[in-house]
Ligand binder design. Structure first.
Ligand code: F6R
Length: 260
């Protein structure tokens, strides 16, 4: 793991953008895994600036998003489809045919702890196959939940899991209720890439900022590898870069941290 600590959110975002831009310049048809949420907004803003001012070309880039809420149509303003188009895709020259975001609408679902609705299962398998068809993800961007989740792999998720439907924890629903009118409106399920899917990305960048992420970051970087902190699995990744602001890094004690 390479852990880079930057002064603040802005510097963290720019550092990440520099790496993403470098990878796109080296491989114009980069397969880029993307996250939603507050954390990567600064990264997207900087990539948009690079596109406008420096000609960073996304025309051949292929993207795969980590997750989507179940039950929100793409035009819903809290869906991750909407988020990605509003905050990133509509501002760059991406080919819409190269954009992949998990589907969230399946009609009525039979959800039980023992079996997955066949529609959902078939779809999740299809999503995994699309990733393979493009040769796998070259670079995956990740945020981290205050509970240590990556994508919507909540604590307790299998470390080998693949794309599937997951029940969101109360903590995650509460954290994300800030974007909804009330917690009752926050979906209960999401389609998410699995930890196994994420681990197959050739390179991973995890971003975290703010004090409320400091415990999760410490557990991910310095704690034992455990399904109770899904992000800790990144310790097993061959090429994981963790970029933090000072607040998110404030509980780290390891000496290998690079203060850039
Ligand atoms: C979003 C995702 C989530 C977020 C995490 C942090 O696609 O996969 O794991 O990265 O919940 O969210 P923010 O950045 O809003 O704190």
């Amino acid at each position: 793991m390479l852990v880079i600590v930057k002064e603040d959110y802005d510097a963290m975002s720019k550092e990440a953008a520099k790496i993403v831009a470098d990878r796109i310049r080296r491989k114009p048809n980069l397969v880029l895994g993307l996250a939603t949420g507050s954390t990567p907004l600064g990264l997207y803003k900087e990539l948009i600036r690079m596109h406008r001012e420096e000609g960073l070309d996304f025309s051949k880039v292929v993207t795969f998003n980590l997750d989507e809420y179940v039950g929100l149509p793409p035009e819903h303003d809290q869906s991750y489809h909407y988020f990605m188009w509003e905050n990133f895709f509509k501002h760059i020259n991406i080919n819409p045919a190269n954009v992949h975001i998990p589907q969230g609408m399946f009609g009525d679902l039979k959800i039980s702890p023992y079996e997955t609705d066949p529609k959902v299962e078939a779809y999740c398998q299809w999503y995994e196959e699309q990733i393979k068809k493009f040769g796998g993800i070259d670079l995956q961007i990740l945020g981290i939940g205050a509970n240590g989740h990556i994508a919507f792999n909540e604590p307790g998720s299998s470390l080998g899991s693949r794309t599937r439907i997951k029940t969101l924890t109360e903590k995650t629903r509460q954290d994300n209720s800030r974007f909804f009118k009330s917690i009752d409106e926050v979906p209960k399920y999401a389609i998410t890439m699995g930890i196994g899917t994420i681990m197959e990305a050739k390179e991973v960048i995890l971003l975290a900022n703010g004090e409320n992420k400091a415990d999760a970051v410490k557990a991910a970087v310095e704690g034992p590898i455990t399904a109770m902190c899904p992000a800790s699995m990144l310790q097993m990744h061959r090429k994981a870069i963790i970029i933090l602001d000072k607040k998110a890094a404030s509980k780290l004690s390891a000496e290998f941290i690079y203060y850039g």
